[in-house]
Structures are given as C-alpha cells and as structure tokens.
Design a protein around this ligand. Sequence first.
Ligand code: GTR
Length: 416
Amino acid sequence: MSMTTVAALTGAVFLTFTPIYEEDEVPYYTLPDPLVTEAGEPVDSPEMWREVRRPETFALFEEHVYGEWLPDPEYMRFDVVDDEPEALDGKATRRQVVIHFTEEDERPSIELLLYLPNDVEGPVPMFLHLSFWGNQAIHEDPEIRLSERWMRGHGEGVEDNRATEASRGASPQPVEAILERGYGLASFYYGDVALDDADRYREDALSLFQDIDEERGPTDAGAIGAWAWGLSRALDYLETDEDADHERTAVIGHSRLGKTALWAGAGDERFAITISNNSGCGGAALSRRRFGERVSRINDSFPHWFCHNFREYNEREDALPVDQHQLVALMAPRAVYVASATEDEWADPRGEFLAAYHAGPVYELFGESPLPVDEMPEPTQPAHGTVGYHIRDGGHSLAPEDWEQYLDFADTYFGR
Ligand code: GTR
C-alpha cells in the first residue's frame, strides 16, 4: 500500500511514517509468556491464573496501555422511552432506553437501542454492539430516535443519517438476520460516552471520574477506557431486562471499537463472548510485529485513546511488559473471537491471528479449546474453538459475512 493510500485511510498525512507491509520486514521479536508470572513462576493451574497471573496481567494493561479501569457510577437510572412490541413488521420488540448518570438528566447519558425477536421464548441471548454513529445509522426503522450528539464529520446535532439514506455515517447492521437466528441486538453510539475527539473526549463519562481541567495522569483512562465502561453500563441495563439474557451476551465492536470490545471483555467478566472485528493496533494485533499501524503512529494520530504511559513504547514495542495475545487471553475461559479482512493490512491480519493463536495456552489450562489451527486459515475457512478466528475477503469493515460467523460461533458456544 502506498503512502497516499495510508493517508486516505486515516485522513492525515504523516510524512515520516513508512509502515511495514512485507512479512520479511517484520523484525525478530519474542512475546511475553502469558503463563509465567512477573516473578518468573510458571502458572500451572486455573487457580493460579485467576489469583495471580490474571490480575497482574490486567494491571499491566491498565498501567501501560489503556489506563485504569473506571469504577462503577455512583448514580444510574434506566428510562425506557420507547417500547414497541410490533416493530419491523411485527418481527421484533423495539426498546429504547436512556441510561442516566445524574438525577438532573444532564450528560453523560447513553441511548441504548434494543431489538428482541418476537418469535423466540425469552430471555434471548444478546449481541451488544458499539456503534460509530447514532442509533439511527444501524437500521432504516424511522422510529429510531435521532441522536443529536456531536459526530465525526457531522458536528453537533447530526442530520438524519438513517441507514436508508446512504448518507455519510450510515452503517447498517444485519438486524433481521440476527433476529432470525434467535438473538437480540442492543446497540449504542460510542460518542454518548466519550466524543471521539482529542479536545472533547473527557466532557462526558470521564468527567465523572477525572478533573478534566487538569492534564490526564499517566495511567488515567482515555477514550477507549471510557467506551469500555459504557459497554459495562449497557450490560447493567441488560441485567434488569427480563427479555434479554445478560449471562449470554456477546460484546462486539469493529476497528477502534473492536479494541474497545476487547478491553471491555477483559475488564468485565460478565461478558460471555468478546468479538473483535478488524481491531488492529492496540486491539488484537501483536504490537511487537510493528506491521501496518504501530504504537507510535496510533499515539500520534489518536492521543486520546490510550493512557499516556502507552507513549513510552513509541518505537520501543519490545519494552512493553505485555503484548496483545495476553489481552485476548484475559477472556479465558470465556469465548473470544478475532476476525480480520484480507485487504485490511493497516490492521495486520497476521498479527491479529497470532494474538488469538498465542492466547491458546491459557485456554488449554482451563481445558478449553484454543484455536483449532496452527497456520493462518484461508478466507473461506473459519477456525472455531473457544477461541475463534476468521479472515474474510475484502476491506476494513464489519460485514454481513462476519456476522454469519459470529452467529454460528455463538450458536456453538451457547449450545443452541
Ligand atoms: C484508523 C486507525 C485504526 C482503526 C481505524 C478505525 O484510522 O488507525 O487503528 O481504529 O481508524 O477505527 O476505523
């Protein structure tokens, strides 16, 4: 891929950065062993993982990559503002819920949209999806409340970008296909929690926990930490909804939101399945490979996503005390899925595969099945153990073919 293409993908030109796109240019590296403690002791039982190695691994990600996991909110209220039993031609119940964090109904608040299949006895297993645009962007249903929040490329008070209108920001998800398979879908806009803007990301959720007039401390959470916290709050709501099965909920995100899904699944063990679609650098891709986007570049482009300490590893990936296979391993023994796309080189498909692969020993410790392959599979050959992986033909997106794999994987894992 040329420099120009990279610039087109990211919307900025960084003349000094030449990404690695050839496998033989990937430097030699050795990965930290997920099953050796910081004190050098081998981890040989699930108890030792749970009591020693898991907490210390999670703490390393907090300190060096994503920042400290945010606490539960002091106040929370769920207002059901729409409950329509005959949505989508009678196929679904649509529910829209506002999650408030202040009694005064000020920001932050999360507008959660749910579709639940009508022809399945509940509670139904759920996909909890984090979205790049307002809820109206995922389906053409005209009754979806229009988000008026700031959005990238739109500004404040978004125009109608419903999924029908092929307008900027429409990002339709296969809602009917999900419902037909007997799953419910819950989705919200990530900007409800933290605006994806380096100057404004602390206005919402982070302002509940940080003094936003002061600079962020080195291990304070950034936007990814806030978005992951929002996913946990949506799960708090699902726990109260008797039509949704919060114990069989898969958290799913694409790209920066795939990074977020992984951090949410690591920080909140209530998620049964964690799905990262094309999550790349700072997500499933191994940092030490330095293929495509790398640590220095992501910290430059998106200074608000990670904790400030992560910048210490710009051009020094080998010094990181963890790599991203250990993030995948933090889901164990619960199910985790990593997916790539053939043309998504910026996200390093092979690095994503290898992170899923090298999480395997932790799954084996629990008697759970790691990735059932040793080599990266072909695009038509998904590999599903308790760790799942596929690579799809095409570019960087969350496509209906990806969803088909996730539905199959969830069916198997939930024994449906
Ligand atoms: C890119 C970024 C990637 C990925 C992507 C996205 O600009 O470099 O890490 O997160 O955005 O979220 O679409």
